[in-house]
Design a protein around this ligand. Structure first.
Ligand code: ATP
Ligand code: MG
Length: 190
Protein backbone atom coordinates (compact mmCIF):
# COMPACT_ATOMS: atom_id res chain seq x y z
CA UNK A 1 0.00 0.00 0.00
CA UNK A 2 1.50 3.36 -0.94
CA UNK A 3 1.22 6.38 1.30
CA UNK A 4 2.52 9.95 1.12
CA UNK A 5 5.88 10.71 2.72
CA UNK A 6 5.53 11.06 6.46
CA UNK A 7 2.20 9.24 6.63
CA UNK A 8 3.88 6.33 8.38
CA UNK A 9 4.56 8.57 11.32
CA UNK A 10 2.31 7.66 14.18
CA UNK A 11 1.90 8.30 17.87
CA UNK A 12 4.95 6.14 18.59
CA UNK A 13 7.28 8.47 16.70
CA UNK A 14 8.88 10.99 19.08
CA UNK A 15 8.43 14.59 18.04
CA UNK A 16 11.04 17.32 18.45
CA UNK A 17 9.34 19.89 20.68
CA UNK A 18 10.00 23.12 22.51
CA UNK A 19 8.07 25.75 24.46
CA UNK A 20 8.34 29.30 23.23
CA UNK A 21 6.95 32.76 23.14
CA UNK A 22 5.54 32.97 19.66
CA UNK A 23 5.35 36.44 18.09
CA UNK A 24 2.07 37.67 16.67
CA UNK A 25 1.86 39.00 13.13
CA UNK A 26 2.81 42.58 14.03
CA UNK A 27 5.75 41.76 16.29
CA UNK A 28 7.00 39.13 13.85
CA UNK A 29 7.15 41.70 11.07
CA UNK A 30 8.97 44.16 13.31
CA UNK A 31 11.48 41.56 14.51
CA UNK A 32 11.99 40.39 10.92
CA UNK A 33 12.77 43.96 9.91
CA UNK A 34 15.49 44.16 12.58
CA UNK A 35 16.80 40.76 11.45
CA UNK A 36 17.00 42.04 7.89
CA UNK A 37 18.82 45.19 8.98
CA UNK A 38 21.29 43.29 11.14
CA UNK A 39 21.88 40.11 9.14
CA UNK A 40 20.57 40.71 5.62
CA UNK A 41 20.19 37.52 3.62
CA UNK A 42 21.79 35.40 6.31
CA UNK A 43 18.82 35.82 8.63
CA UNK A 44 16.36 33.19 9.78
CA UNK A 45 13.13 32.74 7.89
CA UNK A 46 10.58 35.22 9.23
CA UNK A 47 8.17 32.40 10.11
CA UNK A 48 10.81 30.79 12.37
CA UNK A 49 11.43 33.77 14.67
CA UNK A 50 10.61 32.93 18.30
CA UNK A 51 11.87 33.06 21.87
CA UNK A 52 12.59 29.60 23.29
CA UNK A 53 11.50 29.06 26.90
CA UNK A 54 12.34 25.38 27.27
CA UNK A 55 13.73 22.88 24.78
CA UNK A 56 11.90 19.56 25.25
CA UNK A 57 13.69 17.60 22.53
CA UNK A 58 12.48 14.25 21.15
CA UNK A 59 9.23 13.57 23.00
CA UNK A 60 7.08 10.44 22.85
CA UNK A 61 3.29 10.48 23.07
CA UNK A 62 3.05 9.49 26.75
CA UNK A 63 5.58 12.11 27.81
CA UNK A 64 3.81 14.73 25.70
CA UNK A 65 0.48 13.93 27.38
CA UNK A 66 2.15 14.34 30.79
CA UNK A 67 3.62 17.70 29.79
CA UNK A 68 0.24 18.87 28.50
CA UNK A 69 -1.43 17.89 31.78
CA UNK A 70 1.30 19.62 33.78
CA UNK A 71 0.82 22.86 31.85
CA UNK A 72 -2.98 22.84 31.88
CA UNK A 73 -3.36 25.32 34.75
CA UNK A 74 -0.26 27.36 34.04
CA UNK A 75 -0.42 30.79 35.68
CA UNK A 76 0.65 33.09 32.90
CA UNK A 77 1.93 36.61 33.54
CA UNK A 78 1.41 39.38 31.02
CA UNK A 79 4.92 39.82 29.73
CA UNK A 80 5.96 43.21 28.48
CA UNK A 81 9.21 42.88 26.55
CA UNK A 82 11.19 45.66 24.97
CA UNK A 83 13.54 44.18 22.37
CA UNK A 84 16.16 46.87 22.30
CA UNK A 85 19.53 45.18 21.94
CA UNK A 86 21.48 42.88 19.70
CA UNK A 87 23.85 40.27 21.02
CA UNK A 88 26.32 37.84 19.51
CA UNK A 89 27.65 34.52 20.80
CA UNK A 90 30.93 33.89 18.97
CA UNK A 91 31.16 30.20 19.90
CA UNK A 92 27.81 29.28 18.38
CA UNK A 93 27.99 32.20 15.89
CA UNK A 94 24.46 33.22 16.78
CA UNK A 95 23.24 36.76 16.32
CA UNK A 96 20.29 37.50 18.56
CA UNK A 97 17.82 40.13 19.62
CA UNK A 98 17.02 40.64 23.28
CA UNK A 99 16.22 43.13 25.95
CA UNK A 100 18.49 45.27 28.09
CA UNK A 101 15.92 44.81 30.86
CA UNK A 102 14.42 41.35 30.61
CA UNK A 103 11.38 41.47 32.92
CA UNK A 104 11.64 39.30 36.06
CA UNK A 105 8.27 37.76 35.15
CA UNK A 106 9.96 36.03 32.22
CA UNK A 107 12.55 34.36 34.46
CA UNK A 108 9.77 33.39 36.87
CA UNK A 109 7.77 31.88 34.01
CA UNK A 110 10.74 29.76 32.90
CA UNK A 111 11.31 28.60 36.50
CA UNK A 112 7.62 27.67 36.79
CA UNK A 113 7.77 25.74 33.51
CA UNK A 114 10.84 23.87 34.78
CA UNK A 115 9.09 23.03 38.07
CA UNK A 116 6.08 21.59 36.28
CA UNK A 117 8.02 19.73 33.59
CA UNK A 118 10.54 18.26 36.03
CA UNK A 119 7.73 16.33 37.69
CA UNK A 120 7.29 14.59 34.32
CA UNK A 121 10.97 13.74 33.99
CA UNK A 122 12.15 16.78 32.06
CA UNK A 123 15.77 17.78 32.66
CA UNK A 124 16.30 21.50 32.19
CA UNK A 125 19.47 22.81 30.63
CA UNK A 126 22.29 23.45 33.06
CA UNK A 127 23.02 26.84 31.53
CA UNK A 128 21.09 29.75 32.92
CA UNK A 129 18.18 30.90 30.76
CA UNK A 130 19.09 33.81 28.51
CA UNK A 131 16.10 35.41 26.85
CA UNK A 132 16.92 35.82 23.17
CA UNK A 133 15.46 35.61 19.71
CA UNK A 134 17.90 34.07 17.26
CA UNK A 135 18.12 36.27 14.18
CA UNK A 136 20.92 34.49 12.31
CA UNK A 137 23.02 31.36 12.66
CA UNK A 138 26.55 30.96 11.34
CA UNK A 139 26.76 34.74 11.54
CA UNK A 140 30.33 35.99 11.08
CA UNK A 141 29.93 38.63 13.80
CA UNK A 142 30.23 40.98 15.50
CA UNK A 143 26.78 42.23 16.52
CA UNK A 144 25.79 45.60 15.06
CA UNK A 145 27.43 48.43 16.98
CA UNK A 146 24.22 50.44 17.13
CA UNK A 147 21.18 49.09 18.97
CA UNK A 148 17.93 48.80 16.99
CA UNK A 149 16.80 52.29 15.98
CA UNK A 150 13.21 51.33 16.73
CA UNK A 151 12.95 48.77 19.55
CA UNK A 152 10.16 46.22 19.33
CA UNK A 153 7.61 46.19 22.12
CA UNK A 154 6.24 42.69 22.53
CA UNK A 155 3.45 41.98 24.96
CA UNK A 156 2.88 38.27 25.26
CA UNK A 157 0.53 36.30 27.46
CA UNK A 158 0.84 32.81 25.97
CA UNK A 159 3.24 29.91 26.01
CA UNK A 160 3.32 27.98 22.74
CA UNK A 161 4.12 24.30 22.35
CA UNK A 162 5.99 24.05 19.07
CA UNK A 163 7.11 21.13 16.94
CA UNK A 164 10.32 21.43 14.99
CA UNK A 165 10.09 19.61 11.67
CA UNK A 166 13.18 19.17 9.55
CA UNK A 167 12.75 19.74 5.86
CA UNK A 168 15.17 20.38 3.04
CA UNK A 169 15.64 24.01 4.01
CA UNK A 170 16.26 23.23 7.67
CA UNK A 171 13.85 23.42 10.58
CA UNK A 172 10.23 24.44 10.12
CA UNK A 173 8.09 25.09 13.17
CA UNK A 174 4.46 24.31 13.85
CA UNK A 175 2.56 25.59 16.89
CA UNK A 176 0.60 22.68 18.39
CA UNK A 177 -0.99 24.31 21.41
CA UNK A 178 -0.99 27.47 23.49
CA UNK A 179 -1.40 28.15 27.21
CA UNK A 180 -3.47 29.55 28.69
CA UNK A 181 -5.08 30.61 25.44
CA UNK A 182 -6.44 33.70 27.13
CA UNK A 183 -7.04 36.78 25.08
CA UNK A 184 -4.97 39.91 25.61
CA UNK A 185 -6.61 42.98 27.08
CA UNK A 186 -7.29 44.46 23.65
CA UNK A 187 -9.22 41.36 22.61
CA UNK A 188 -6.69 40.13 20.07
CA UNK A 189 -5.37 36.58 20.17
CA UNK A 190 -1.74 37.42 19.41
P1 ATP B 1 18.56 23.54 13.12
O1 ATP B 1 18.90 22.72 14.36
O2 ATP B 1 18.11 22.71 11.99
O3 ATP B 1 19.62 24.52 12.78
P2 ATP B 1 16.84 24.99 14.87
O4 ATP B 1 17.96 25.02 15.86
O5 ATP B 1 16.10 26.25 14.58
O6 ATP B 1 17.29 24.43 13.48
P3 ATP B 1 15.81 22.98 16.57
O7 ATP B 1 17.20 22.42 16.72
O8 ATP B 1 14.68 22.03 16.42
O9 ATP B 1 15.75 23.95 15.34
O10 ATP B 1 15.56 23.91 17.83
C1 ATP B 1 14.32 24.46 18.18
C2 ATP B 1 14.55 25.56 19.20
O11 ATP B 1 15.11 24.98 20.39
C3 ATP B 1 15.53 26.62 18.77
O12 ATP B 1 15.17 27.84 19.41
C4 ATP B 1 16.84 26.15 19.31
O13 ATP B 1 17.74 27.22 19.54
C5 ATP B 1 16.41 25.50 20.62
N1 ATP B 1 17.29 24.38 20.96
C6 ATP B 1 17.66 23.38 20.14
N2 ATP B 1 18.45 22.48 20.77
C7 ATP B 1 18.58 22.95 22.02
C8 ATP B 1 19.26 22.48 23.19
N3 ATP B 1 19.98 21.36 23.19
N4 ATP B 1 19.18 23.21 24.31
C9 ATP B 1 18.47 24.33 24.31
N5 ATP B 1 17.79 24.83 23.30
C10 ATP B 1 17.84 24.16 22.14
MG1 MG C 1 19.13 23.33 16.44
Amino acid sequence: MSSPAGAEENAATPRRLFLALWPGVVERAQIAELAAQAAGRGRLRDANLHLTLAFLGATGAARLAAYQAALAELPMPELDLLLDRYGYWPQSRILWLGSSRTPPELYELVAELHRRLRRCGFEPERRAFQAHITLARRFPGPAPVQPPAVPVRWRSAEVALVESILDRQGARYQVLQRWPGARLADGSME
